[in-house]
Design a protein around this ligand. Structure first.
Ligand SMILES: [Zn+2]
Length: 76
């Protein structure tokens, strides 16, 4: 049984949620990537809270387009 809190997770380089290296990143579906490669903006499918250095994912946030856009604005 683990008593470790989720927020206490630390990535390979020693960062945790709240550090400047741990940032929300928009992730797109394959179709989304295709559309954006044509220069058309496309809403993200989900947001990963991940370390910008090693790419460790702390949290995945999924929701509708409006929710994800508001989330990105809040965390900018
Ligand atoms: Zn890291």
């Amino acid at each position: 049984m683990s008593t470790q809190a989720r927020d206490a997770r630390i990535c390979a380089c020693g960062y945790s949620v709240g550090d400047p290296w741990v940032v929300p990143k928009q992730r797109y579906s394959l179709f989304g990537w295709f559309v954006m490669s044509c220069g058309i903006s496309y809403p993200p499918k989900r947001i990963n809270i991940e370390c910008d250095r090693c790419g460790e994912v702390f949290e995945v946030i999924e929701g509708d387009r409006e929710f994800l856009e508001k989330y990105m604005l809040r965390n900018r």
